[in-house]
Design a protein around this ligand. Structure first.
Ligand SMILES: [Fe+2]
Ligand SMILES: [Fe+2]
Length: 316
C-alpha cells in the first residue's frame, strides 16, 4: 500500500477555525437568503395566511447583520482576486503537483483534525457535517452514490492546508470567470470593482470567452473547494455525472439558486441543475440533526467508498 500523506505535506499553521467559522457564516447567509425568498413568494400571494411577524423576525435580521459584515469583507476580497489569470494559474498548479496521497477516509479524518486542532469547541466538526449530510440523504432513501457524495462533498477544503492563497480561493459562493460578472452574485457587481477583469472588453462583457450553450463543463468557475474536489474525483472515481455536478456546483448559488448564467448551459446541464438543487438542502439543512456516531457508521461508508473508488489511495 502506498504511504499515506506525511504531516509535512500540510500547512498546519493555517487557522482552520477561522476558515470554518467563516464557512458557517457563508452558509448562514445562504440559508437566510433562501428563507427570505420563500417568505417573499408567500407574501406575493394575497390569500395566504399573514406571516407578517415571522418575516420581521428580529433575531434573523441580527444574525444576518453580524454574519454579513465578516462575510461581506470576505467576498470583496474573493471578488477582487478571482481573475481569469489566477484561475488559469490555479489549474496549472493543480495539474503540476500531487499534494498528498491518501484514502478518502484518511482525507476525512485529516480535514477533521486540521480544523478541529485549532478549535476544540467548534460547533460541528467536518466529519460530523459530512456524515450528517450523507445520513440525511440515506434516510431519505436516495441512491448510494448520492450518499457518498454527501460524505465527500467538502473534502476540497483540504486545499486550504495545501497550496491555497487564502480563504478566498477555498470557500464562498462560486461564479464563472471570463464572462460578465452577474448582478445576482452575492453583493452584486459593485463588489468586483477592484477586480482587474472588471470592465474588461472581453472578460466582463456578455458571455465573454464562451459561446452560447457551450456547457458548464467548458466554463471556468472560480477556484475553490468545489472545483478542486471535482478535479480530484472526476478521474479517480466511478461516480455518475450527477454526483460530479453536486460536488462541482454546490457553492454555485448565482446559478442554482438565483437563476444566472443559464445562457451558458447545454442540454446536459438542465439535468445537472436538477441534481444540484436536489442536493442543496442536505448540505444547508442537515446541520441541526442529531450527532452521528462516527465509529458505528464507518464500516458502512468505507464499503460505499470502495464501491465508487476503485483505487484506494487517491492523489490529492
Ligand atoms: Fe461546501
Ligand atoms: Fe457542506
Amino acid at each position: 500500500m502506498a504511504p499515506a500523506a506525511t504531516l509535512s505535506a500540510f500547512n498546519t499553521t493555517r487557522d482552520g477555525k477561522a476558515l470554518e467559522s467563516l464557512s458557517d457564516d457563508i452558509d448562514a447567509i445562504n440559508v437566510l437568503k433562501q428563507q427570505q425568498q420563500q417568505q417573499q413568494q408567500k407574501e406575493n400571494d394575497i390569500y395566504t395566511e399573514s406571516t407578517f411577524d415571522k418575516s420581521k423576525d428580529k433575531t434573523q435580521f441580527r444574525q444576518y447583520e453580524t454574519a454579513s459584515d465578516r462575510v461581506k469583507n470576505f467576498y470583496i476580497e474573493q471578488h477582487t482576486k478571482q481573475t481569469v489569470a489566477y484561475n488559469l494559474q490555479a489549474r496549472n498548479r493543480f495539474k503540476a503537483t500531487t499534494r498528498a496521497r491518501m484514502s478518502i477516509w484518511e482525507a476525512i479524518e485529516k480535514l477533521n483534525t486540521l480544523i478541529d486542532e485549532s478549535d476544540p469547541d467548534t460547533s460541528l466538526s467536518q466529519i460530523e457535517h459530512l456524515l450528517q449530510s450523507a445520513e440525511a440523504i440515506r434516510r431519505d432513501g436516495k441512491p448510494r452514490w448520492m450518499q457518498l457524495t454527501g460524505l465527500i462533498h467538502d473534502l476540497g477544503k483540504l486545499l486550504y492546508f495545501f497550496d491555497a492563497q487564502g480563504q478566498w480561493d477555498v470557500v464562498g459562493d462560486t461564479f464563472p470567470v471570463g464572462c460578465a460578472f452577474d448582478s445576482r452574485i452575492i453583493y452584486g457587481r459593485e463588489s468586483f470593482e477592484r477586480n482587474p477583469d472588471f470592465g474588461h472588453p472581453v472578460f466582463d462583457n456578455g458571455l465573454g470567452i464562451y459561446a452560447p450553450g457551450i456547457g458548464l463543463e467548458n466554463v471556468m468557475l472560480s477556484w475553490g473547494h468545489d472545483e478542486y474536489l471535482y478535479h480530484v474525483v472526476k478521474d479517480q472515481s466511478t461516480l455518475p455525472a450527477e454526483a460530479l455536478a453536486m460536488i462541482r456546483y454546490h457553492s454555485f448559488y448565482p446559478w442554482h439558486n438565483a437563476g444566472a448564467y443559464r445562457e451558458l448551459m447545454n442540454e446536459k446541464d438542465e439535468e445537472m441543475l436538477r441534481a444540484v438543487k436536489a442536493f442543496n438542502p442536505y448540505d444547508l439543512y442537515s446541520k441541526s440533526d442529531e450527532l452521528p456516531k462516527v465509529e458505528e457508521l464507518r464500516p458502512y461508508y468505507e464499503e460505499l467508498i470502495d464501491e465508487y473508488f476503485p483505487v484506494k489511495v487517491i492523489n490529492w
